[in-house]
Design a protein around this ligand. Structure first.
Ligand SMILES: Nc1ncnc2c1ncn2[C@@H]1O[C@H](COP(=O)(O)OP(=O)(O)OP(=O)(O)O)[C@@H](O)[C@H]1O
Length: 296
């Protein structure tokens, strides 16, 4: 049986000012992958290749057991894709859209659509042009989710939402994803959303995959230490500790970040004369910044 919802192997794509080379990325079935990266990192390009909208120059893509681009049409029946540029017919109601999608996708689940209508506090009879931006995002998600796709791909689903609407959408998504065994690929600049929803983290920067790991292992591997330096530490000396991503010195104190958090790293600190005063777990946002700074 197919073990992955999708598998991209040794993918390369070249644009005049952007290159992605030998990227391999796969999502085990039933898991949620958060795709993180700054503007222009390659998130949408990755998603477009996966949706068969862009053809890579090299490599293989398999989605739900279908080879792309050859079996793209079959694959699309089982993929639900939502992005912030998804268009709905403004003069039609949400119910009209639900009926339309139902006529195209036999697996559309009207009972589930009704449930989502209530959860998202939407009104089927309302015309799209009368919806707020947040309601429109929820309407798009409803239309995609009610098809019960085997793979859900969300490209920046919360872009442009105010913090309250974003929290509502993410909380509902978290509930829905917990209820259901679904494979989801979800891109966002918002690390809080990714941290809340994802099982796996894929970190892209300038077309390179900096990390691909399950979220807990990834978060556990990073740590920030506040340390006291020895009284005789030379103010100008460059400091280095094996496994440190960055060391910032403030007088006799230093802030050390590592991506190799372990007893071994603490021993390395002690050996270098750093006395650990505090150790902090880092948020995905802090890791994101530290990781991007290191790769520059
Ligand atoms: N059709 C294209 N022709 C030329 N360059 C392109 C094309 N599509 C994307 N690019 C380039 O590829 C790079 C990655 O773009 P992509 O849209 O994948 O980034 P992203 O991570 O989704 O960024 P953002 O967060 O801003 O949406 C950018 O430098 C972009 O200019």
């Amino acid at each position: 049986m197919q073990q992955f919802a999708f598998e991209m192997r040794d993918i390369s794509i070249r644009y005049p000012h952007f290159v992605m080379e030998n990227i391999s990325l796969s999502l085990p079935k039933g898991q949620v992958m958060g795709l993180v990266g700054v503007n222009g990192a390659g998130k949408s390009t990755t998603i477009r290749m996966l949706m068969g909208l862009v053809k890579p120059d090299a490599g293989q893509i398999n989605v739900l057991g279908y080879q792309l681009p050859a079996q793209q049409v079959q694959a699309k029946y089982d993929i639900g894709f939502a992005s912030d540029d998804m268009r709905l017919y403004k003069s039609q109601t949400l119910q009209w859209h639900m009926d339309f999608i139902r006529s195209v996708y036999p697996q559309f689940d009207p009972a589930y659509a009704k449930e989502l209508l209530q959860r998202f506090e939407l009104i089927g009879e309302q015309k799209i042009k009368g919806l707020s931006h947040g309601q429109r995002v929820k309407a798009c998600l409803l239309l995609v989710l009610a098809r019960r796709p085997k793979l859900l791909v969300l490209d920046e689903p919360t872009t442009g939402l105010d913090p309250v609407a974003r929290d509502e959408v993410i909380s509902e998504l978290a509930e829905i994803l917990r209820d259901d065994e679904r494979s989801v690929l979800f891109s966002s600049h918002n690390t809080h959303d990714i941290e809340k929803l994802s099982d796996q983290i894929a970190f892209l920067d300038r077309g390179k995959l900096l990390a691909l790991q399950d979220k807990e292992t990834y978060l556990d591997s990073w740590s920030r230490f506040r340390c006291q330096l020895p009284a005789n530490a030379n103010a100008d000396a460059t400091m280095s500790v094996a496994g440190a991503v960055s060391i910032k010195r403030h007088g006799q104190l230093a802030e050390v970040i590592t991506d190799q958090n372990s007893a071994g790293f603490v021993a390395q600190l002690a050996q270098a004369g750093f006395q650990v005063l505090e150790q902090h777990r880092m948020s995905l946002e802090e890791i994101f910044v530290a990781n991007v700074k290191r790769s520059r």
